[in-house]
Design a protein around this ligand. Sequence first.
Ligand code: NAI
Length: 246
Amino acid sequence: MRLKDKVAIITGSASGIGEATAIKFAAEGAKVVVCDVNQAGVDQVVAALVAGGADAVGFVVDVTKTDTIVAMVAAVKEKYNRIDVLVNNAGITQDAQLFKMTDDQFDRVIDINLKGVYNCTKAVVDTMIAQNSGVILNASSVVGVYGNFGQTNYAASKFGVIGFVKTWAKELGKKGIRANAVCPGFVATPMVTAMPEKVLQGMEEKVPMRRLAQPSEIASVYAFLASDEASYINGAAIEVTGGLTL
Ligand code: NAI
C-alpha cells in the first residue's frame, strides 16, 4: 500500500500502460482518476477498479482540449480536495520517414504527446504548489533518448518531455514537487502489438531479454516513482528497456 490515499490522475488510462498503471496504483491504495478520449474504455477500467474495491472515478478528457482537463481537475478537487500524482501517459504515434511525413502527422503527435503533457501539468500545478507536495510523472520513451527511424514527430515529442521534466524538477523541487520521466523500450500494448508479426519478432530479437515488456512492468516503475520510496528522485529519465540500448 505504498500509495495509500494518494489521489492520482492518469491520462490515457483506458488502455495499455495507462490502464496497467491505474490497476497498479489502485492495488497500492491510491484513489485513481482514469481519463482518456475513449469513453467506453474509461467506463470499463473504472468499473473493473471499483468492482475490485478501489476508489476510482472516470472522465472523458482530450489532453489537447484544456476545457476538458480543467473540468476534470475541478471535479477531482471537489471530490478529493487534493491531487498528489499526475501521470502524463496519453500518447500516440503517426510514423513516417521525414520526406513522407505530413504536417498533420507532425502536428497531431506534438499536440498530444508534448502540448498535452504541458496542458495537464499546468492544470494541476497550482494545486500541488498550494499543497507543497506532488509528483509529476511523464511518458517519454527510449525513442526520446536515442531517436528512431520513421519517428521524427514522436522522437521530438518524447525528447521534449524530458526537457519538461528537467525544467520542472528545477522550478518545482523547492515547492515539494518531483518531476520524472519513464523511457520504456518496446511494450506489449495496442500501440505496438498492432505491428506486423515480422516487425514484432525483429523487436524481440534486439532486446537482450528476447521479449517485449508487459504493461505492468512499466506500471511498477510509475508506482515506485509516485511513492515516498522515490523521495529523492527528481528530474530523472529512467530507461526501462530490458537492456535494448546496450
Ligand atoms: P495505447 O495506445 O495502448 O494507450 C494510449 C492511450 O492514450 C489510449 O487509451 C488512447 O485512447 C489515449 N489517448 C490518445 N490520445 C489521447 C488524447 N488526445 N487525450 C487523452 N487520451 C488520449 O499506448 P501505450 O503503449 O499504452 O502508450 C502509453 C504511453 O507510453 C504513450 O505516451 C507512449 O508514447 C508511451 N510509450 C509506449 C511504448 C510502447 O512500446 N508501447 C514505448 C515507450 C513509450
